[in-house]
Design a protein around this ligand. Sequence first.
Ligand code: ATP
Ligand code: MG
Length: 697
Amino acid sequence: YFRQLERLGIELNKPQIDAVRHSQGPLLTLAGAGSGKTSVLVCRTGYLISVRQVNPRRILLVTFSSKAAAEMRERITQLPSIPMRDANSIQAQTFHSLFLRLLRAQGIKQDIYSETLNQHLMLKIIMRRMGIQNSTYQPENLLTLLSTYKMNLVDINKLPENTDTEKEIKQIFIQYEEWKTANNKIDFDDILLLAYQMLESDPTLLEAIQQRFDYVMVDEFQDTNCLQYKLIRMLVQPHHNLMVVGDDDQTIYSFNGARSEFILDFDIVYPEAQTITLDINYRSTTSIVGLGNEVIKHNQGRAPKTLQASKSSELIPRYMRPSHADEEAAFILQQISMEVEQGQRRYRDYAILYRTTSYNRAILEQLVLQGIPYIEYGDGLMLYEHWLIKPVINHMRLSLNKRDFDALESVVTSLYINRDKGMAYIHQQESKQKKKGPLAHLLSYPELKDFQKEKVKERLELIRNLPNMKPLEAIKLIRTSFYDTFIEANERTPITEHKEMLKETLDELESSAKRFGTIEEFLAFVNELTSKKQHTNRSRQDQQEDRIVLMTIHKSKGLEFPSIFLIGAIEGSLPHSSAIDAGRMKQIPSKQKEQPRSQAAIEEERRLAYVAITRAQEELTISSPMYYRGGKAEISRFITSAFQADSPSNLVDAWICSSKTCNAWSRISSQKEAELPDKPCPLCQAAMIKGSKEVPR
Ligand code: ATP
Ligand code: MG
């Protein structure tokens, strides 16, 4: 079998072979990024089927996302002597799909309730009924807390009631659950919880499902939460044939209740567990692995691990300080286009990673404008298509063209006026007597109360003032005059993201608008972008496999790309401002010594940085703009500490662009006295010189 693998170019090392040949009982593989953990699971599945003659239907692979599951199935089909039929009957599934199937088989017919919008709305209705002020608790925080309780099997009926807050929150949760039951709905957490309760109370059912699988394997085990772990333990109870692989340094879902301590305590739960360590990284070059190690070593309480790179390369991670996100985007695309034109790489070799979606504005814009193929793993929308941003733009549109009826509709809605009726009234009045601005007809609309008419007046005034303003000022005025409160108070506003994210989205709009002198210019730009995007989307449906990948760091888990661009490596973005404030972190009941919340939050962000860096196979470019959303930006602490690692002062040897106005530099590996780069500065084409660069703290 292993020779067949070798013929396919897969030459496993000794510990990997041991793991693949492992036959019975629990096995833990705790190992660093790119060390072949997922490969071991894939190869072991193949081994069990083709060498041990195990029925593929009796093997269960649990992965984190449906994308990962699909990828695993795909990799299994490429193994030696696995007929397609067998590959298809392997169960490679996510926790949720696995247990949803169980529930359905047991006749649970409830609707899956996954609409964040509706969940928020329901919580708000409950709070209003209880007479709780609108802004006391954020629905998103309540849902996260509720989910944490459920995933830790905390009975909400037994929550403490020591303070008024505790009493209120408990009541909200109880009523929310009652409402769901009454309306025949379950949410994602309930799938796991119900499955657990069913299995616990029904020994026959438990036995039946235990009989179903002889071998269970879990990838990305570090992101397993308490309930998921319990379920898995139930499944393998009779035989303990459980293989888990993971890396505690890649726990990036602890806000969802993931607990890396399970991976660290595995051999306490299963004293007979065998442990196999993999310490060769096959994915990345020496300097990338080195940088990853340098970043992650500052976290406390990690499992000791060494990770050695197998691929050496002359290339060292590049570091760039563009002046702002737009320059950052311009450089990256220039670099990529050059390499693609020279035939060095294809578009699909590149992934651009960022901490939060709102950071991709600049890069998306330029991809669209330059017509470069890309795929964004998110909602696929540009900033200007965001539900939150559209009304702002429509106010500007209406200010320039009072008869832009599409924009008018959006403005009417934002005034809390029934859109269809309101627009019908406006059109009816227009047919009698044309006004300079049709919005003014609403002043005589009999359906409106006096205070609503006041609001219409204020809005007319606002729209009248906009055209003389710079777009940035206009947006600021729209925000302060009504939009901030609109977001805050409107029950119908689909708040599907955290408030902070919404604020960030608006801030990003401001930084985009700042580039334009007049509203006309700004709107013309937005129109050009949206129409280009629609056009390219349509013309490229079929042929596009070769395209640049854009995603958040969270989505990149487990993946690899020849060249990675990690953008926005600045304080406030990575680590994210929420972690710096540690405002949103919740307490998770834990056996481990509690870290201060802020430290735990920063460590999670550091793991994100580690995940991003370790996705790169050959090239890694990290960039930190000097200015970000209107303010000066500090280089991410994760990057400065890593670059300072082998340098006593905060001076590092680097290639520096010789132009005084350009900030591109890249670090010279201290082990190797590198030659002068023969390429000019990628940012400004000036010559690069060798020197010392102070890393700002
Ligand atoms: P992560 O922690 O990011 O999930 P991982 O430990 O799951 O990483 P894999 O994705 O399995 O790592 O492997 C990383 C890369 O190394 C893949 O391209 C894989 O094909 C390759 N690889 C794994 N084992 C070997 C080996 N023995 N020889 C050569 N290449 C290998
Ligand atoms: Mg993996």
